[in-house]
Design a protein around this ligand. Sequence first.
Ligand code: WT7
Length: 711
Amino acid sequence: TNNHLRHVESMASLPSGAGKISHLNAVILGEALASEEDDLVFPSDDFSRQALIPSPQKYLEMYRRSIEDPAGFWSDIASEFYWKQRWQDHVYSENLDVRNGNVKIEWFKGGITNICYNCLDRNIEAGLADKIALYWEANEPGIDASLTYSQLLQRVCQLANYLKAIGVKKGDAVIIYLPMLLELPITMLACARIGAVHSVVFAGFSSESLAQRIVDCKPKAVITCNAVKRGPKTINLKDIVDAALVESAKDGVSVDVCLTYENQLAMKRQDTKWQEGRDIWWEDVVPKYPTTCDVEWVDAEDPLFLLYTSGSTGKPKGVLHTTGGYMVYTATTFKYAFDYKPTDVYWCTADCGWITGHSYVTYGPMLNGAKIVLFEGNLTILKHAILFQHALDVSIDSYIFTCYMQAPNYPHPGRCWDIVDKYKVTIFYTAPTLHVKRCSRKSLRVLGSVGEPINPSAWRWFFNVVGDSRCPISDTWWQTETGGFMITPLPGAWPQKPGSATFPFFGVQPVIVDEKGVEIEGECSGYLCVKSSWPGAFRTLYGDHERYETTYFKPFPGYYFTGDGCSRDKDGYHWLTGRVDDVINVSGHRIGTAEVESALVSHPQCAEAAVVGVEHEIKGQGIYAFVTLVEGVSYSEELRKSLILTVRNQIGAFAAPDKIHWAPGLPKTRSGKIMRRILRKIASRQLDELGDTSTLAEPGVVDQLIALADC
Ligand code: WT7
């Protein structure tokens, strides 16, 4: 520790950098560090010595270049990939300021490449043909599989050939509704290989949510499987797809092909409902195609995928990522934030249905030629539950099976540590669970966390218990929209502060602004924005560029607005404080209050609904719904259940409200606007902090709501 401190202190004599990055220099002032020493956790000398970024100086040197010369910095990195043709003239061009015309971001425009080629063919040519690309671990212990890089390429090519044969072309959308089978990353890569745009829908979404996405992107094909096991339960996915296809047809969008993988571990084909002509068994067609397939070369700015995410209003947004910048950014963030070495075995427990599974199960690690563990049981969504299980004497079983259908503790609570030991995982990106002592976890060297602020005590437990005080923690702050990590520790480079995501990644300029959009310097807190683009940034919302500008670039002109609050301490460390908009973060996943509200009001007996987030000891935030019923209907337990069922059916089980609060009236201003500030206080029972209620149209409704709080 002292060695490291001296090392950092010696940097105080470095010349300070340009004004815009001066806050970063604050941290290298020995004085500032010394006074905060108690809060700092230093990487061991052994770790730092072998780290890609072994010191603050190295970070600062690279960060400074990435800001002062982004074109040079990123084109050097991009040159390590295969480009059929190099990008033209400008490495990037951007306009993030709505006052200067439409928002536009382009990286490596004119560069011709293919991300599947860079993940597979390029690595195989570099000698990784026989290296394991994917280890697959089934829900059921004892069942597993693996694919080397060359085997994976063959599987990808067969599917790519099939897709071409049924007429899927460059630019066409393909919806993927699959659980964590090998076929999921295979399908993503096959789409990328032929230039088709994949849109993975997490296989926990309901048929209605799936239908909504089908209607929005009009896919050429839907790829799914008949069923999946979640713990001891069998979930019939094909039934959900069938219902979604009926729904979307009503909206005029019909899908010609539903390619269905027969997941024999869960259900036999004879038990699967079938529509001749439309439905095709994967196993009947795909293996017949050749194991090589020419690549469709695409422009760096051609779309790679759409991923729907919740916003504060309206229907889900189709976040669009393009090829070149996303490729360079996910590969680079993966490499540095996890201090990746070719000998590592990497396991990210996220499902490919979320952005984490796109950037850090599939593309980022594969571009680095990593050995990747894929686990059929999804854990990330339960991050919060797992993190706090140790602190609260609660059982999460019912929570898993009723809300998420996930089974991290199947068949026993130490399952994930068994997997760590079995594959000798060295980099583990998830959240910790109980019962760690019975397994060795000796192989671990880096731990990662994502999705929500991690509080200092949970951080220390993760660090001390799971990592035996040996493994740096990468608390990665980012979003579906950002494509990759934005604020993250680089293991070995910096002393860490438990609960802080630390410093920006290369090329990222976070700024904290006040309500007026004025940038605040030094120690402060406010709204987190980003100045200027980075290669992994999303380029638009599919089919709605105006909503893209309104949501992200108009609130604080000149900046990308993240929707998060953030503070920066005197040493320049960043502390994320959660969403500042009407988005709820439940167990690290985003749910828009408006979506839950519109599901509730679709119930024939619900007249109006207002949904707010409330602190939840297991999930981080819980969903709290105020509902007004139609005239003449009285509230009952039965109605409560049926309201919750409506939300489960329309969005998915994970969006089910934790609490329904019957509200004969809602607090509104005279102009009819619901005062959510008051609802949040009532939901969290902070009744002495209701503030001024005199501007309400009917002040009496507040007392009425309080009286009904626990009914
Ligand atoms: C929102 C983005 C990015 C993958 C998972 C969720 C919150 C994310 C952190 C973190 C504090 C975090 C933010 C953000 N968030 N990572 N390390 N510390 N908060 O992706 O569904 O797009 O949600 O998750 O509030 O805005 P997402």
